[in-house]
Design a protein around this ligand. Structure first.
Ligand SMILES: *Cc1c(COP(=O)(O)O)cnc(C)c1O
Ligand SMILES: [Zn+2]
Length: 415
């Protein structure tokens, strides 16, 4: 049973059948999936959700598929940690980390969007999937499409981290390293997509793909004990995730699954690529494209597809935005690791550093609940840490040499 009614233009409201539609023919606005919420309300509640397997498909009525889920059956339902050590460090009372650095199977939140996109691509009859990616999407499409038996073409900028390239190649996709930045890769993919009958997960089937991000928001609400946080800090690339977390909270409220409470949204980007943050700080609604130059390559989209919507999500919620420099990003990665034991990628460093600044500047109050979004794993982005972490202490294989190096530190624990 599907509760997906069709597609709806986010600008003029014109409706379309649930096929491959991603821009409105009338106003060129982007389209979104539309659901029959009255019918969903009759079948979906906390008990039903809690009785299901711990994967992102436990919210299936709110996802854009017609039949049974077929891809990513074990993705989602990552931990939400109460981060007391980090909270103490930042001087706040109640802080949580939603940790998609351990997402199955490819260690980033992109497994959510890809699970949904590929399930839908199969329903729509595609045998080939493709994407334009800053790295994590490449890994996820490569992996999940391998298992689903789909042909795959993955387009990335040629300067990605070794971990992200290897993390795609192992699944043997057609991996195409384009001489250009993400925005140029994306432009090329739009051209290829116009000629070949492929499902580009983040282009022609983007409306379906984007819905997968809502599961990150549903899980936060469920894991907080069926309520929303007062504040949430979200790393932004194309700007879709932040909008979809808000959509998830609103849907749960509309369905009576959680109480109506207000959440303020905060956008986190790198100083070297912050078109959404720039727009928010200017309180503008025109997103000016930038040329990316940052170690946070997974967020390096200079011309974000959902930049306008991300900006209005933040401003209408009463939230704010901040940038993190490359140095602050590395400090943020170290801080999260050393307080909470989580090794996140550069994007997570952006989130932690931004949160710290927003608290220091008084935008986020110290006594209200805060969730920070950790969306990727640090093993994939090791390059910026080289030379920044000290080194292992080399010794001979003797007790004498060990003690010679550590004498002052271990004296007090002698038997
Ligand atoms: C893609 C990505 C994001 C942001 O996603 P958008 O929906 O494009 O804003 C955040 N974090 C990581 C690690 C990502 O790979
Ligand atoms: Zn329209």
């Amino acid at each position: 049973m599907s509760y997906m009614v069709g597609m709806k233009c986010r600008e003029c409201g014109r409706t379309y059948p649930k096929e491959v539609v991603f821009v409105c023919e009338y106003c060129f606005g982007s389209v979104e999936v539309d659901y029959d919420y009255d019918s969903i309300k009759k079948v979906l509640n906390r008990d039903v959700i809690e009785g299901r397997a711990k994967s992102l498909w436990r919210y299936r009525e709110l996802l854009p598929i017609d039949g049974e889920p077929t891809v990513g059956l074990t993705s989602g339902y990552t931990p939400l940690l109460k981060a007391d050590n980090l909270a103490k460090e930042l001087g706040v009372k109640e802080l949580y980390v939603k940790d998609d650095s351990v997402s199955h199977p490819t260690l980033s939140f992109k497994d959510r969007v890809v699970s949904v996109a590929l399930t839908r691509a199969k329903e729509l009859g595609f045998d080939t999937v493709a994407c334009a990616s800053t790295g994590n999407l490449a890994n996820s499409v490569s992996s999940l499409a391998a298992r689903a038996g789909l042909r795959r073409y993955i387009f990335i900028p040629s300067d990605l981290e070794a971990g992200k390239v290897m993390g795609s190649l192992i699944y043997n996709p057609n991996l195409v390293a384009v001489d250009g930045n993400y925005d140029e890769v994306n432009r090329l993919c739009a051209e290829i997509g116009a000629k070949y009958d492929w499902a580009f997960v983040n282009i022609n089937i983007r409306p379906y793909y984007a819905e997968g991000s809502k599961t990150y928001g549903y899980e936060i609400a469920e894991q907080l004990g069926w309520k929303v946080p007062k504040h949430i800090v979200v790393p932004c690339a194309g700007g879709s995730l932040i909008c979809k977390i808000q959509k998830a909270f609103r849907e749960f409220q509309k369905l009576g699954i959680i109480p109506e409470e207000h959440t303020k949204f905060y956008a986190a980007q790198a100083l070297g690529c912050g078109p959404i943050v720039n727009t928010i700080k200017e309180k503008s609604d025109i997103v000016k494209p930038v040329k990316p130059n940052t170690i946070a390559k997974s967020l390096a989209i200079g011309n974000p597809a959902d930049g306008y919507y991300a900006t209005s999500t933040v401003l209408e919620s009463g939230g704010w935005a901040e940038h993190a420099s490359d140095e602050e990003i590395v400090e943020g990665m170290k801080l999260l690791a050393q307080t909470e034991g989580i090794f996140t990628e550069t994007a997570g460093g952006v989130t932690v550093a931004t949160t710290k600044k927003l608290i220091e500047q008084g935008y986020i109050p110290k006594d209200e609940s805060i969730v920070i979004c950790i969306t990727g794993n640090g093993l994939k982005t090791q390059e910026p840490l080289v030379g920044k972490l000290g080194a292992a202490t080399p010794i001979q294989a003797t007790l004498k040499d060990f003690e010679a190096n550590f004498a002052s530190k271990i004296e007090h624990s002698l038997k």
